[in-house]
Design a protein around this ligand. Structure first.
Ligand code: ADP
Ligand code: MG
Length: 243
């Protein structure tokens, strides 16, 4: 189903102070969920724990009520994908970029996912369409296009849980709009969590969690948080000033 739950999770990196302190959070599928907070507040650490790059010192992380420590690593890796600011693109054809993730995928399926990620029109405008070689010696995608490809590949991988880590922070407004639309599609049958640097991408989220010093200090929708959370209001005002 894709229900993720942090239960009293305490975590510190080796030889470091506590990063997460009795952290509790329930993340439901089919909703647009965002996590915001100052740099260093522990947001990316949440993803490091969900993907088991590190394990909590105390507490548990549950996926559909199973402790993720008891789940098969392969299935965990299959079902959870992270989309980062600089996605890795293979220096191969667009088709190969999908086949390396899903061997038996057909061109029809690839196009379906590329459409969902708002990338098909662009690919069809290239002389070699889906046979176009990417990267060195081929076509260089823009940052936004790379992310859309990364979203399409994640769809091809059929991961239930899709995590975005400040993925849109470096994008221009037009690319951001495309990514926003793609995310709104994904939300329909995935668990989607977005760590957002630019609040404009998550203003319409179903729920926004504000993290500070390793704890959730406020949760709600954009308009509520502007009234109830000073930290959120500050983050928002700082961003408005910067733009
Ligand atoms: P955010 O994503 O909110 O900016 P992080 O979760 O990356 O914050 O970091 C939280 C704290 O943990 C910071 O103090 C950071 O320096 C520290 N930290 C992050 N990753 C590591 C690591 N691999 N080793 C040691 N300390 C880390
Ligand atoms: Mg981070």
């Amino acid at each position: 189903k894709g229900l993720l739950e942090f239960k009293n999770v305490t975590f510190s990196y080796p030889q470091e102070d506590i990063t997460l302190n009795k952290f509790n959070l329930k993340i439901e599928p089919n909703k647009k969920i965002a996590i915001v907070g100052k740099s260093g507040s522990g947001k990316s650490t949440l993803f490091n724990l969900i993907t088991r790059i590190f394990d909590p010192n105390e507490g548990k992380i549950l996926l559909d009520n199973f402790d993720i420590k008891d789940l098969n690593e392969e299935s965990l890796r299959q079902n959870i994908s992270i989309i980062r600011q600089e996605p890795f693109i293979f220096n191969r054809s667009i088709i190969d970029n999908f086949k390396l993730i899903n061997k038996s995928i057909t061109l029809e399926e690839i196009r379906k996912y590329a459409k969902m990620a708002y990338l098909d029109d662009y690919i069809m405008s290239l002389p070699n369409n889906y046979n176009t070689i990417l990267g060195e010696g081929g076509v260089n995608l823009s940052g936004g296009q790379k992310q859309r490809l990364s979203i399409a590949r994640t769809l091809a991988k059929k991961s239930k849980i899709i995590l975005f880590d400040e993925a849109t922070s470096a994008l221009d407004n037009e690319s951001q709009e495309f990514i926003k639309k793609a995310i709104n599609e994904l939300v329909k049958d995935h668990t989607v969590v977005i760590i957002a640097h630019r609040l404009s991408t998550i203003i319409d989220a179903d729920i926004i969690h504000v993290v500070d010093k390793g704890k959730i200090v406020a949760s709600g929708k954009h308009k509520e948080l502007l009234k109830t959370s000073k930290i959120y209001k500050n983050l928002y005002e700082q961003e408005s000033l910067n733009s």
